[in-house]
Design a protein around this ligand. Sequence first.
Ligand code: GLY
Length: 349
Amino acid sequence: MNREKVKHAFTAAQEIVKSHLKDFKGGFPAPASENQFYPKIENIDWTAGFYTGMLWMFYEESKDTIFRETAQEHLKSFDNRINKRIWVDHHDMGFIYSPSCVAAYKLTGNTKAKETALKAASNLRSRFQEKGQFIQAWGMIGDTNEYRLIIDCLLNLPLLYWAFEETKDISYQEVALAHLKTALSVLIRDDFSTYHTYYFNQKDGSPAYGATKQGYSDESAWSRGQAWGIYGIALNYPHYRKDSLKTTWKGVTDYFLAHLPKDLAAYWDLYFMEGDEPRDSSASAIAVCGILEACRQKLCPESYRQKAYAILESLIDHYAAKTEDVGNGVLKHSTYGRLLGEGIDEYCL
Ligand code: GLY
């Protein structure tokens, strides 16, 4: 694995995204492609921020102003969305607003984008349930069928840490840390596999039971969920530097690594380690980011870096789209929701 190879893959991804900017003019890619092409949708789903965030990254690396201008154009739709409360009754405020609006503020000093992201952070904080001490993942607050948290939310907590830094309002940090502690206490099983979601008793807030939404079964480990755990714990560590987090991170990561097939691209659920089930390359990509972040934070031994590079190399060699490939995504063979029948062996996220 060498720098040149990564650079080459990054540039190829950039070229693909640039050549398909027109596909999404005035809109955003759907969470998963259909027959390898992402449909264009409005700013209504949880993945909108990833697209704008990619454009900011390409701008940061290449200084090509087309990426900056396009990302800039997106910002008003993010503001409109939170102002008009268009599909914002859920926890994904960090996924949506961190790579788009927080990034815009950090990269370009755009204070309007900062205000937009703060509104999203406030919305996320408002989903905190005192009884149970967690951020409710989906649905209207108090919905009796939705009194649960999900592992993916670990990735949304950095929006709250950022809001605390910007406003000095400690309640953002308090909510994030309370959720983090609750989530890790219920989601991680003894063998360090993870539940996708976890329900609480609405009357007294006591933990009730784990359940999956996108995985194979309630007791299996949905690959992308486990990967969100790897990345999420690493992103929370700077705000909660406890040895317990190190132990949990190592366990969750080792479980993921031990359940990968030979080419290191996860099947869609870690229950599968061989055979014909579809892969979820996005899970392995997320795990790479999580391991590299953990190395950066000194949350794990440096030796993990080589494990991340091995996965990355396989993704580059066998899963990264080439400019001549059919489709408008950058990482092939992902799975969005196998049993939901959505985005199977497609580009996703
Ligand atoms: N956060 C939803 C997913 O990973 O599909």
